[in-house]
Design a protein around this ligand. Structure first.
Ligand code: FES
Ligand SMILES: [Fe+2]
Length: 364
């Protein structure tokens, strides 16, 4: 896991006043909301005698363990030991570990890493493209028995389209992958462009040979676990790759469409799109759960080719972020790195769709 990052961990709609016990980062956690709807997260284990707090219930601003009624506030501090009396002093060490969590953009985010002061944590950034209020959206999730790095890389893989998805989003007549052109649009986000061609004796073009005026869609991967596929300005798929433990990952897919920006018809279209998305993800699943090893690393026994460049870029950056965290230093700068052609001012010329979707990301 890359430490010191905000991870998407749940769909916000999954957390209610009823405590929710789930595993994330290999830890059994309980998520709940207090009376004001504020989110909280603790280790799902009572510090009294080890019962799962997720079996309990929320009372006012606290979660109550069902075994002997101890209560804990959002910071995990015990506030009541009924057998001692409500006016009895409670030692500071009567506490369950809590994690910094926030609700933003319809997701629950958890900061995984060293936290001295929650007030000084960085902002959460979310793709600007998804902020259009006309979007109707719908979410589904799938649990796969793989390390989350494999799920991420599956969505960075351009060369599988003609094969794995020959019956859906891929074109078996276009196996050649030009580029892919990639561009680190900021320190955490890699954009890349899937361009495929028929094989009529040609070989894959280098990224700087691609005629970008004909390219429309693009994909963004943002560390640590977010991705978006911008098919058009009216149709965007978002994904979050949520680490459950070292051998399991939940992929959340949220489709956004504004062909019909209205409730009933719009939501019907969203469900149809997600039926299709599930089918596409099912095609991936067969392949990805069979990959060995189940976790990907920068140095591993695989032979990557030009078309795998987004995967190589991901592995390199992931390693750098992990190394930097381990060494207590800032990661090297990567924003602006691209294999694409550059304008006179040294920046890559953007496509028409990028122009339409350009803008500042939203923070929370
Ligand atoms: S085990 Fe939770 S109150 Fe006793
Ligand atoms: Fe796929």
């Amino acid at each position: 896991m890359i430490p010191n990052q905000w991870y998407v961990v749940l769909d916000a709609a999954e957390v209610s006043k009823k405590p929710l016990g789930v595993k994330r980062f290999g830890v059994d956690m309980v998520f709940w909301r207090d009376a004001a709807g504020e989110i909280a997260c603790q280790v799902d284990k009572c510090c009294h005698r080890g019962v799962r707090l997720s079996l309990g219930e929320v009372k006012g601003g606290c979660i109550e363990c069902p075994f002997h009624g101890w209560q804990f506030d959002r910071a995990g501090q015990c506030t009541l030991v009924p057998s001692n009396g409500k006016n009895a002093r409670i030692p500071k060490k009567f506490k369950v570990q809590s994690y910094p969590v926030r609700e933003a953009f319809g997701w629950i985010w958890l900061y995984w890493g060293e936290v001295e002061d929650e007030q000084t944590l960085p902002d959460i950034r979310y793709f600007k493209t998804l902020q259009d209020p006309r979007f109707r959206s719908g979410t589904f999730q799938e649990l796969w028995p793989v390390h989350y790095t494999r799920s991420v890389e599956n969505q960075l893989d351009v060369t599988h389209l003609a094969f794995t998805h020959a019956k859906t989003i891929g074109n078996p007549k276009k196996p050649i992958v030009d580029g892919p052109l990639f561009d680190w649009i900021d320190e955490d986000t890699m954009r890349f462009f899937p361009v495929t061609q028929p094989d009529v004796g040609n070989v894959a073009k280098k990224a700087d040979e691609i005629d970008m005026s004909k390219v429309r869609g693009f994909l963004d991967f943002r560390f640590p676990n977010m991705w978006q596929l911008c098919i058009s300005e009216k149709f965007i798929n978002f994904a979050a790759f949520v680490p459950v433990d070292d051998e399991h990952c939940i992929t959340y897919i949220r489709v956004h469409q504004r062909f019909f920006p209205v409730p009933i018809l719009g939501d019907w279209l969203v469900s149809v799109m997600n039926i299709f998305n599930r089918r596409v993800l099912g095609e991936d699943r067969r392949m990805v759960v069979s990959q060995r090893p189940i976790r990907s690393e920068l140095e591993m026994d695989e032979l990557l080719v030009q078309g795998d460049r987004p995967i190589t870029e991901y592995r390199r950056r992931r390693q750098e972020l992990k190394d930097a965290a381990a060494e207590g230093r800032a990661p090297s700068s990567i924003a602006g790195k691209t294999n694409g052609p550059k304008d006179d001012d040294g920046t890559r010329s953007t496509t028409a769709m990028e122009e339409v979707l350009a803008g500042e990301d939203t923070t929370a």
